[in-house]
Ligand binder design. Sequence first.
Ligand code: ATP
Ligand code: MG
Length: 420
Amino acid sequence: MSNNLQAIRGMHDILPDQTGLWQRIEDSARAVIESYGYAEIRTPLVEVTELFKRSIGEVTDIVEKEMYSFPDRGGDSLSLRPEGTASCVRAAVEHGLLNQAQRLWYRGPMFRHERPQKGRYRQFHQIGVEVFGLPGPDVDLEVILITRRIWRALGLSDLRLEVNTLGEGPERTAYRTELVRYLAAHEGELDEDSCRRLETNPLRVLDSKNPELRELIAGAPSILDHLGEASRAHFASLCAGLDAAGIHYRVNPRLVRGLDYYNRTVFEWVSDRLGAQGTVCAGGRYDGLVQQLGGRATPAVGFALGLERLVALVEESPGTPGPALDAYLVAVGPAAEQRALLLAEELREAVPGLRLLCHCGGGSFKSQFKKADKSGARYALVLGDAELARGVAGIKPLRDDGEQVELPLAGLAGFLAGAD
Ligand code: ATP
Ligand code: MG
């Protein structure tokens, strides 16, 4: 078998028996997001490496060890995008979108060279939103309301919301000093990564995935004790909004997120059903990023949700999807076979949204019926030369008991349109 080519480790095919579920989730999320007036933006999968270094941060997991970077033929360093925010900001600045408020959304594959495991892949998919030009906290609440509506649309009721604020630059500097003091006093308990981060980027230590550090992190000082008046008011207003909207949440003062560009509001939606990879959606405010990437100072907030983790959750939830096909057209005999594709064409034209598979390749009634049954279609439409000569077709329900009935060809569209 070693001759057979295979997909790259951590990058997966999404096969036909799965794509229906993916489409349902993507369609629901899109409909929800667009119902808030957000417009889609599509950016390239590849950007200059510098973009991610300057936005996500040099001392983050993503930039230190997870990027797919390569020199292109001209010698520039390019990278497959590990996330969507940096590209959105780059595009918004480049095309002058930021002279007014923007509500944008995107979807697509992201690439990170992580250790593949359940819920963690090297190519994975996100849907995200980014809002530019609005300082919040009203719009911080809006993006969280969007996520809640997506969970509702998908029938998910067991996701937990965690929120925190990271304050502003000077507040974080003061907090950082106290955090370093605490961590340095426990240096013996830190793992190698965290020891290094203690020097370079101590807040990152709080985001460690190492379970042995959990207790140490839980005992760390809290950013909430270092907030100035404006940051405190922003956070209090967001929390009041969440209360008013009836959204349960937990304030987690150690929630810092894995990317450096956040300030003030950060949040995560977490599931207990996904094991260690429980975060389904993460986001927050990043008021400094646009300027950092060469635009003029523009407040911004957004989130990204991980589609693989969402698919895993919805897959486990009760509720079976409806049949994928409405009808399967069976045709036997030279005249019927010749007519079948055109009849199918007329039916699709006449019945919007009809999912009709027309048998190709001939064969007996029996073998075609078997295929019709296996296809999961609701009805078999049966066309033989004799029926065709009389201007009729048979209709046989496949999913429930019921006799085959005959209808004039001209009545088929009406029947299929009325079947729900
Ligand atoms: P984690 O803490 O799980 O590493 P992260 O902080 O790196 O996540 P973000 O960059 O904020 O995650 O991405 C937002 C969402 O995208 C995550 O909550 C998760 O659902 C999904 N995601 C991130 N990385 C992966 C991955 N390697 N495979 C699958 N989904 C991922
Ligand atoms: Mg990560």
